[in-house]
Design a binder for this molecule. Structure first.
Ligand code: ADP
Length: 254
């Protein structure tokens, strides 16, 4: 018996990095996973990898900032797997910049993908979870939802919104069997951080100085975030809702 055996799961941004690791980890523990990504090829490759390893997965290309597409992939999960038990809102963008020079398009894109995306996902999934009387939503925020860093004001604002969306949904549905929690990853080695690393002098420079901001002294690995997402998705986390959990190698302990 897997830890999320037979649970119908949707993971957004499943084509890469943390989302990929979460999709794989859920499938390893018996979850039926719909892998959603803007990039349909990477989502399909992740689903194929899961199938080859004996797990159950399907892929769909979709943009989480488009309400119609979000409604469609939630409906697809219910049609294919009979239910939606777990929603992992992981898809995100991080476009760093000097704040007073940030173009409208960057503000809009960041808020549309990082904030409206999870809102649309939750809004579409919750009616199905209410019908079954259970569900677990896992929002991937960031340490930047708790503390900011140079060049990340817009990204940090979006991830702070994810923290409060998580708390709000947790309160609204606490008595109806739907749990909603957020993970705030520290610096994890995934492409979403590469543009920020460039602005800080390059990835090597960031990693050479990682001790100064991430006490554990190394970048996190996507799988280390996925273990926590699996726990929150599973019934083992039955008493957790509205929790905002930093998985950050000690970054926010400073
Ligand atoms: P992380 O591992 O930290 O989530 P990555 O950059 O490795 O960061 O992965 C983010 C994933 O989210 C990518 O696969 C990317 O294609 C996906 N993504 C980005 N924007 C959207 C969007 N609007 N809709 C769906 N997926 C998206």
């Amino acid at each position: 018996m897997g830890r999320v055996n037979s649970k119908a799961c949707v993971v957004t941004g499943a084509g890469s990095g943390i989302g990929k690791a979460i999709a794989e980890r859920l499938a390893e523990e018996g979850g039926k996973v719909l892998c959603v990504d803007l990039n349909g090829d990477t989502a399909a490759a992740v689903a194929e990898g899961i199938q080859n390893a004996g797990g159950m997965a399907t892929a769909v290309a979709a943009d989480v900032s488009d309400r119609v597409q979000v409604d469609a992939f939630i409906a697809q999960c219910v049609a294919e797997y009979g239910q939606i038990d777990v929603l992992v809102n992981n898809a995100g963008v991080n476009i760093p910049g000097v704040f007073h020079e940030v173009p409208d398009a960057v503000i809009d894109k960041t808020l549309n993908v990082n904030v409206k995306g999870p809102m649309y996902g939750c809004r579409a999934a919750i009616p199905h979870m209410l019908k079954s009387g259970k569900g677990s939503i896992v929002n991937i925020s960031s340490v930047n939802g708790l503390v900011s860093e140079p060049f990340l004001a817009v990204y940090s604002a979006s991830k702070g919104a994810v923290v409060m969306l998580t708390r709000g949904i947790a309160l609204d549905y606490a008595k109806q069997g739907i749990r909603c929690n957020a993970i705030c990853p520290g610096w994890v080695d995934t492409p979403i951080n590469y543009a920020h690393a460039e602005m800080l002098g390059g990835l090597q420079k960031v990693y050479d100085s990682i001790d100064s901001f991430q006490p554990i002294g190394r970048p996190g690995e996507p799988r280390e975030i996925a273990h926590l997402a699996l726990f929150l998705a599973s019934d083992e986390a039955s008493f957790l809702t509205g929790s905002i959990i930093a998985a950050d190698g000690g970054m926010t302990a400073q």
